[in-house]
Design a protein around this ligand. Sequence first.
Ligand code: RIB
Length: 310
Amino acid sequence: MSILVFGSINMDLVARVPQLPLPGETIQGSHFTTSPGGKGANQAVAVAKLGAEVALIGRVGEDGFGQELMEHLQRFGVDVGAIATDPHTSTGIAQILVDDRGQNQIAIVGGANHTIGNVELDQLKQRLPQAKILLLQLEIPLPMVIAAAQRAKAAGVTVILDPAPAPDALPDELYSAVDILTPNETEASRLVGFPVTDQDSAAIATETLQNRGIDTVIITLGDRGSFCRTPTEAFFTPAIAVDVVDTVAAGDGFNGAIATALQNGQPWREAIHWATCAAGLCCTRSGAQFSLPNCQDVDEKASATSSKNR
Ligand code: RIB
């Protein structure tokens, strides 16, 4: 059984700057790189690097970035057979600034990600019988996210949604089609309508979101850890201490690791600690897909930190 990812593929245009600019301010950067990204593609690469079988369903443009991104995905071990090429639209890009503290600011131009449609839904339908888990994010049209979640749910496949980039609200159809929701604190605050800033507010927010129809809610709180509420337990997991270089794709690494851990049958507390280690390690390197850790690194980090953290 494999993991499916339905979502975005971007080329990340990354500039390192001393600090993030204020509106209207021009600042001098130090380095510029292009590197493969996109929340959907990053989740797929995270899963592949952690050793599980994964297929990505998405779309790129018929241009140099699209071709390069496909090559990277294949090299990482992602099944790209369900990625379409759109001759009329450019490949998605993300303009990313990363400051000296590792914080980032991202602006995306969706391009081909925004033309995802029935072709991709057909690909999903064909692949659902061999799948156990579907990973979703919000960088593609919302009606496609809803349709994909509903089809997967009807096929008995577990649906994980990272509601990123932060939406103002989620439609009711999505609450009833998603099994596991993984917002960060900003996304969670928007969804519940009150600030989610710490363990206590995250505990209340997970309950609020669960009452809207989601089985399991995991709110990530950056370097403060995460709060998880399943139908049977609710618990906090601390973050691991790392030297942060850049936090880009940490959330994607977390989601990919949660899917892989659940596919491997890990119980919830262990799965979240393992995913926390994957996300933490991702912050120690720059870039999105290049920074995602492999299985051995996550296993080692998880055993080195498990007694301290749980
Ligand atoms: O989550 C990180 C990703 O967000 C980047 O790779 C960028 O492409 C944006 O989609």
